[in-house]
Write a protein that binds this ligand. Structure first.
Ligand code: FAD
Ligand code: SF4
Length: 508
């Protein structure tokens, strides 16, 4: 073969221009322990990645030469660079090509490959994202605080999505304020589309290799899309059943359905089985075809997640790595409470978010941000421990998107680079947005006492403890004024309650 082309597990983009010309090219794909073991992953995540990779390689093999190394293949050295070196030695190609890895770790590995001078190396775009990584200095210059809203508006203008000339369609850029409703009992939630992919062979292989995972799985009926075709089915179902309510109930939490009106498209997007462009354009077409069913606020809310947040956090990652991974603004040191691994807690909201995550490898944004993330921050958990948990448990967790969301948005460990204030709340917010509190062991209205909601005292304790770092933040002023309004005895009782909870965190 003249050229070896590497396809990583999250580069399953069948539309890539690479595939227009396959002669004298060997495509290589590897299942590797370096990937299954760099963190403890959810079992469904490993199954879904390998199943999607296998389906992709099988389809590609009908029109090109593919070398696919299974995890249990005798010749598999379980390391990216070692596998590549053996292949280079064997095939003696003239050229090695790879698509830009989205993870810093993998980029470093590929950049440190030692190859003969005669060997041409080409790193090309994944042809997936809207904004190229090389444009990071232009979009988020180092001397300016990055602002998602500014970035988002620029991408709207450049793409023309939801634009009427140079003005936003409907006159407003952002309909977030219309989008924060609790889920009323009378609103019914459609059943999520179910996939039943058979991944039993992969599960048997993982067991034999003693790969440590977390969470539960039904390998015979793996409920994640593992091909472009299934990803498009999920997209289609979302447009009809969920997009009409997406924005309105985007922040709601309920035990009635784990998905509510979210899309569950993150795995398909992050593996690149589908592209952000086609997701956004499908949403725009659905809106244009039926504006009475899908309002502007719904479609704008959805599009903002894809062309705004998703592209923005990726540029933040590349702008700030590798130091971003070590930031710990509040100098938090506590370990992750045991109930993050087994959901064994009397706090209904945490119990539900964690058990659902262990069962499905999925939680929607507000569960991640305002339940598990919020609690971890209030409890002073070390951001490394938070990162490892988020990186492992969610089906869509790949470092470029997990890290800015966890360390930045949810833990404020970057001191406010990504979020303008910490996303913390007392039980009050959780009660407002969910149905968790009404049958919880703890009383959401109580700040002190044996059954007081832990979020309440921990919230004030956090604010009190980090006053030096937060009191001057203009967005925190109201919270500090509320705290200062309370008399000293009340403040002391709340702080004592919080300290008691922190000392007994595993029994909450
Ligand atoms: P929807 O609610 O239907 O949103 C549509 C799409 O928008 C998503 O599929 C996703 O691609 C994109 N999106 C929405 N919010 C964000 C965001 N904040 N950042 C980037 N993209 C976004 N997302 C991941 O893809 N991988 C992660 O590892 C990840 N870790 C997170 C950790 C924490 C602590 C938090 C608070 C959020 C995290 N997110 C992560 C963002 C978000 O929670 C998920 O993208 C979303 O829940 C996926 O479900 P969905 O596809 O149903 O999303
Ligand atoms: Fe969570 Fe507190 Fe509500 Fe219980 S009362 S569900 S712990 S917010």
């Amino acid at each position: 073969f003249r050229e070896v082309r590497l396809i990583l597990g999250d580069q399953l983009n069948a539309k890539h221009s690479w595939f227009n010309r396959n002669d004298n090219v060997l495509y290589v794909m590897f299942e590797m322990q370096q990937e299954t073991n760099y963190v403890r992953h959810h079992k469904q995540k490993v199954l879904a990645f390998f199943a999607a990779m296998r389906a992709f390689s099988k389809a590609l093999a009908t029109r090109a030469d593919v070398l696919y190394l299974q995890l249990d293949g005798g010749e598999n050295l379980q390391s990216l660079t070692e596998n590549l070196n053996v292949i280079f030695e064997h095939c003696k190609p003239k050229k090695f090509s790879y698509q830009e890895p989205d993870e810093y770790r993998l980029m470093q590995q590929l950049e440190t490959l030692t190859l003969p001078d005669t060997f041409a190396i080409e790193c090309c775009s994944t042809e997936h994202f809207l904004i190229s990584r090389q444009a990071v200095d232009d979009y988020l210059p180092a001397n300016k605080a990055p602002l998602m809203e500014t970035f988002y508006r620029r991408v709207r203008k450049e793409t023309g999505y939801l634009m009427a000339g140079d003005k936003p369609t409907g006159g407003k850029w952002n309909y977030d304020h219309d989008n924060r409703n609790k889920l009323p009992d009378k609103v019914s939630v459609p059943k999520p589309l179910h996939f039943a992919n058979d991944a039993t062979d992969i599960a048997t292989m993982l067991d034999a290799a003693k790969i440590k995972t977390m969470g539960s799985a039904t390998p015979k009926q793996l409920d994640w899309p593992i091909s472009r075709q299934q990803s498009l089915q999920l997209l289609e179902a979302f447009m009809h059943e969920r997009l009409p309510y997406f924005g309105q109930y985007q922040d709601a939490m309920s035990r009635r359905c784990y998905l509510l009106f979210h899309s569950r498209l993150s795995f398909s997007l992050n593996t690149k089985m589908i592209s952000p462009k086609e997701v956004v354009e499908a949403a725009l077409s659905a809106y244009e075809e039926n504006p009475t069913l899908i309002s502007l606020a719904q479609v704008e809310g959805f599009i903002r997640q894809i062309i705004g947040w998703r592209e923005f956090v990726r540029l933040i990652y590349w702008r700030e790595m590798p130091s971003y991974k070590t930031l710990n603004h509040f100098e938090h040191e506590n370990p992750l409470p045991e109930f993050y691994w087994n959901a064994d807690t009397k706090m209904n909201c945490v119990q539900h978010a964690v058990s659902q995550s262990l069962e499905t490898a999925y939680a929607h944004h507000i569960q991640r941000l305002m339940i598990t993330g919020n609690f971890g921050l209030l409890a002073g958990v070390h951001p490394d421990a938070m990162d490892d948990w988020y990186l492992g448990i969610y089906i869509d967790a790949i470092e470029w998107v997990e890290l800015p969301n966890t360390r930045g948005m949810s833990q404020f460990a970057d001191g406010g680079l990504l979020a303008t204030k910490p996303y913390i709340s007392s039980g009050n917010y959780i009660n407002k947005m969910s149905s968790y509190c009404k049958d919880c062991y703890y009383k959401v209205s109580a700040k002190t006492g044996p059954r007081s909601c832990p979020f309440n005292s921990l919230y004030w304790h956090f604010l009190d403890k980090h006053k030096g770092k937060l009191a001057n933040n203009p967005r925190m002023g109201m919270m500090y004024r509320q705290w200062e309004k309370q008399d000293t005895a009340a403040q002391e009782a709340i702080l004592a309650q919080a300290k008691h909870y922190l000392a007994n965190i595993d029994s909450l």
